[in-house]
Design a protein around this ligand. Structure first.
Ligand code: HEM
Length: 158
């Protein structure tokens, strides 16, 4: 398979990954703003798609990075492109921490509070968690936009 074809496949995967992860992130902002339980639960069920998109972004992104003409070496921060790439890596790392926390800590606890409330009992942390979800969703959205800005800058560079 020739190099252009391989790169085209990688770019396609990267764009599909972007749609999955950013699409989910956008819907999370909408769900947390409407504070609609059903919507929030649906997004929790769809989270594996966002995680899949995020993993694909990491894999395809790494390939695109090492074959790019601006790339010199691993951890060689020598030009504007590699600085933007470093920013993109930092944002990716932050987002990874956020996604793991959402999946392993926030959503299980939120589900528990929902079940307590649905059973007609007082769920002490339910309202606080809904407010926290709104904040987290916006932080997540901000990270997504920042990644796109860093990418746009990299793409605009000669
Ligand atoms: C955090 C999630 C990420 C998003 C939303 C994202 C999004 C994008 C988009 C929309 C493009 C331009 C579309 C294209 O030509 O396919 C792109 C290009 C690129 N991405 Fe990502 N990306 C992400 C993570 C990464 C990671 C982790 C890496 C490296 C390990 C990476 C490396 C690249 C490279 C090298 C390019 C080409 C840049 C250029 O034109 O100079 N991306 N990314």
């Amino acid at each position: 398979m020739d190099a252009t074809f391989r790169l085209a496949i990688s770019y396609s995967a990267h764009l599909l990954g972007t749609i999955l992860w950013i699409g989910w992130s956008f819907l999370l902002v909408v769900a947390s703003t409407t504070q609609d339980d059903v919507f929030v639960n649906r997004l929790r069920r769809w989270m594996p798609w966002a995680l899949l998109g995020f993993a694909v972004l990491g894999g395809s992104g790494f390939y695109q990075m090492v074959v790019d003409a601006h790339y010199e070496d691993l951890l060689a921060i020598t030009n504007a492109w590699s600085r933007a790439m470093l920013v993109k890596h930092l944002l990716y790392g932050l987002e990874l921490v956020l996604l793991v926390w959402l999946e392993l800590v926030f959503f299980p606890e939120f589900g528990l509070q929902q079940r307590i409330r649905d059973a007609g009992r007082f769920a002490p942390h339910y309202e606080t968690m809904l407010r926290r979800l709104r904040l987290v969703a916006w932080v997540n959205g901000l990270l997504a936009v920042s990644v796109l800005v860093a990418t746009a800058y990299m793409t605009a560079l000669p």
